[in-house]
Design a protein around this ligand. Structure first.
Ligand code: NAD
Length: 297
């Protein structure tokens, strides 16, 4: 298939490379020329701009930093909505606010495009390995068209419902993750003060009611889960800055619909403090260091 891919950064670059490997013809565009050059070296064709990447493509995929970029690329002057042929499948995999996703869906519907919001989890490692999780919002028929393409970049492909529901699933999940991570960190900090060692708490809680992913897969202290970032001085992984971005999106959405999310608000405040301390580039599980009240473990 001819696929236009716009946004070839840390995530988009390897995702586009996996589509080339799967035999698709990729027209690649990014504002940064080195990103395009890299995609060309991996077998893509360089497009002159976003419209050039999208115009003759059967599928268009965008992977951009935030809602403002998505708005500009789709709805701005020379925006993609006006340039793409009716009937084209269009997938935005950026993590953005639900309101922008729904606005682009509405404009795409008028232009008779099959648009999906399809944010991912799994990070750069998942993008490179082709094992991302996609959370997809939009029409069932568009989802059915997209699934074989998404399967070339991901392992778990979920249809989360109508327009914007992919973004909704992503921010609800990540808000839950942040809260569970902070809770797990607090339990270890309290255990340390009480003289209960890490491995013992892990052995008990991982088989008791405190069990959760933040504990059993991504344990924030070194030792119990050898692959977790705690074992490499909290080298990311999933950065605290990325987590803060998603928590702010969750808070924006909660305010917009009047949902009470006091722990989500507290998690956003704590990650904001952690980022202000200069730790935004560290893995999000490193927040345990701040909760201990000292910089190093
Ligand atoms: P990135 O900053 O590395 O890449 C974004 C790319 O978009 C850049 O290369 C930039 O030059 C390009 N770009 C910006 N505006 C553009 C425009 N108008 N036209 C063309 N190109 C443009 O970001 P990333 O890490 O690849 O993340 C992309 C999205 O995926 C974000 O929304 C992020 O929240 C989400 N995400 C990232 C991760 C991760 O671990 N990095 C994990 C899950 C989700």
């Amino acid at each position: 298939m001819r696929i236009g891919f716009i946004g070839l950064g840390n995530m988009g670059g390897p995702m586009a490379a996996n589509l080339v490997k799967a035999g698709h013809e990729i027209a690649a565009f990014d504002m940064m020329k080195p990103a395009v050059d890299k995609a060309v070296a991996q077998g893509a064709r360089a497009a002159a701009n976003a419209v050039d990447a999208a115009r003759d493509s059967e599928v268009v995929i965008t992977m951009l930093p935030a809602g403002a970029h998505v708005r500009q690329v789709y709805l701005g002057d020379n925006g993609l909505i006006k340039a793409i042929k009716p009937g084209t499948l269009v997938i935005d995999s950026s993590t953005i606010d639900v309101a922008t996703a729904r606005d682009v869906h509405a404009a795409a519907k008028i232009a008779r495009l099959d648009f999906l919001d399809a944010p991912v989890s799994g990070g750069v490692g998942g993008a490179t390995a082709g094992t991302l999780t996609f959370m997809v919002g939009g029409e069932e028929s568009a989802f059915a068209r997209a699934k074989p393409v998404l399967e070339k970049m991901g392992k778990n492909i979920f249809h989360a419902g109508g327009a914007g529901n992919g973004q909704a699933a992503k921010i609800c999940n990540n808000m839950l993750l942040a809260i569970s991570m902070i809770g797990t960190c607090e339990a270890f900090v309290l255990a340390e003060k009480l003289g209960l060692d890490h491995q013992t708490l892990f052995n008990i809680s991982s088989t008791a009611s405190g069990q959760c992913w933040s504990l059993t897969t991504y344990c924030p202290v070194p030792g119990p889960v050898p692959a977790s970032p705690a074992n490499r001085n909290y080298q990311a992984g999933f950065t605290a800055a990325m987590m803060l971005k998603d928590l702010k999106l969750a808070q924006g959405a909660a305010h917009a619909v009047g949902a009470a999310t006091p722990l989500g608000a507290e998690a956003a405040a704590l990650y904001s403090l952690y980022e202000s301390a200069g730790e935004g580039g560290r893995d999000f599980s490193g927040i345990i260091q701040m909760l201990r009240g000292r910089a190093q473990s």
